[in-house]
Ligand binder design. Structure first.
Ligand code: HEC
Length: 108
């Protein structure tokens, strides 16, 4: 019975348009230096450099907002989230998958 509730819980999360469900493969090579910094500089900092709406301009801020970022912008087995960057479709799904993976790895 416990298991059933667990499954239902996950389904409920999936339905709320939430996380990408991305996981961290053991051979992941993505880091802030080779991926994150550039991704946020290119797609997000224009609107999220500082102050309002969460600021996402440092690695610490990105980690602190990791769950929300995943739900807005990352792709994985559960969802391809495209709410951010707002008003733009320039981020490829491949890049969104990388974002999901990098966040799932703890944004190293
Ligand atoms: C054109 C401006 C713009 C760009 C570019 C943009 N955002 Fe946003 N973002 C906003 C605004 C405005 C809000 C607050 C209103 C809202 O939630 O829609 C917001 C809110 C958010 C939130 C908070 C949502 C919540 O539920 O609290 C997150 C997380 C976020 N953006 C992530 C990102 C990421 C990641 C990128 C880059 C891939 C990005 N945004 C690019 C304008 C932008």
């Amino acid at each position: 019975m416990k298991k059933l509730f667990l499954v239902l819980g996950f389904l409920a999360i999936g339905c709320s348009g939430g996380g990408s469900g991305a996981t961290c493969p053991t051979n992941s090579t993505l880091t802030y230096d080779n991926f994150g910094r550039q991704f946020f500089a290119t797609y997000c900092d224009r609107c999220h450099a500082s102050g309002t709406r969460p600021a996402l301009s440092t690695l610490a801020l990105i980690r602190a907002n990791s769950t929300a970022i995943d739900s807005e912008s990352a792709a994985g087995p559960s969802a391809v989230n495209t709410a951010m960057p707002q008003g733009s479709t320039t981020v490829s799904e491949a890049a969104r998958r990388q974002l999901g993976e990098w966040l799932a790895c703890g944004a190293p």
